[in-house]
Design a protein around this ligand. Structure first.
Ligand code: GDP
Length: 199
């Protein structure tokens, strides 16, 4: 079993030569700025400030690599969709995605959206990247603690429709704040990055 406590930052990647190329599975996290991507990663790893929370929007666009128990990478894609980001930065984001996805390094894609809202245009673009990768992919619908129980089902359906999710892609209601949904996500991660898969 993967020991989640044994996690360390490896490097920030901005170009092809920076990406580690080895046999370790790559669990990739994506989401728009402020959706709670850092909080989700921190929650999964049981850390407070591991992945930086609320990194300043518009700062350098890079991909952060973390090693988990020297058996898998958590790959933190740059947050997208920040309103005040320049055209130049949007283009750099697109080019970095192109570089990463072209290298076919992805083992499992984890896309984080806000359970309260219809996914944005940028969420749809990100979903297109994951769909085109043909790799297993799951959606975390974060901030579950902010909606009423009666809204959950309807909101999940909107997310599914808007992102054009294939049936096999699960949408997992999640709260990084409360830890809801954590076990389900960890199970998926273990399934794709556990020792068994490596053997
Ligand atoms: P990132 O930019 O996607 O990495 O987002 P952060 O992890 O920095 O979170 C953005 C804000 O949303 C912070 O104020 C978090 O405390 C808050 N947040 C993240 N996840 C949740 C959640 O599940 N519930 C609630 N209520 N707030 C959350």
């Amino acid at each position: 079993m993967l020991n989640l406590h044994n996690a360390e930052f490896i490097r920030s990647a901005v170009k092809e030569e920076d990406f580690p190329i080895d046999d370790m599975p790559q669990i990739v996290f994506a989401g728009k700025s402020n959706v709670g991507k850092s909080s989700v990663i921190n929650k999964l790893l049981n850390r407070k400030n591991f992945a930086r929370v609320s990194a300043q929007p518009g700062k350098t666009i890079h991909i952060n690599y973390f090693s988990i128990d020297q058996q898998a990478y958590f790959v933190d894609l740059p947050g997208y969709g920040y309103a005040r980001v320049s055209k130049v930065e949007q283009k750099r984001w697109g080019m970095l995605m192109e570089t990463y996805f072209a290298m076919n390094l992805l083992t499992l894609g984890i896309q984080i959206v806000d359970i309260r809202h219809k996914p944005t245009r940028d969420d749809v673009i990100m979903a297109d990247w994951f769909r085109a990768s043909n790799r297993p992919w799951v959606i975390i619908a974060n901030k579950l603690d902010k909606i009423k129980k009666s809204q959950i089902e309807g909101n999940l359906a909107v997310i599914r429709q808007t992102l054009l999710l294939p049936h096999e892609v699960p949408v997992i209601p999640f709260s990084a704040e409360k830890g809801l949904g954590k076990e389900e996500v960890l199970e998926l991660i273990f399934e794709h990055a556990g020792k068994d898969e490596l053997a």
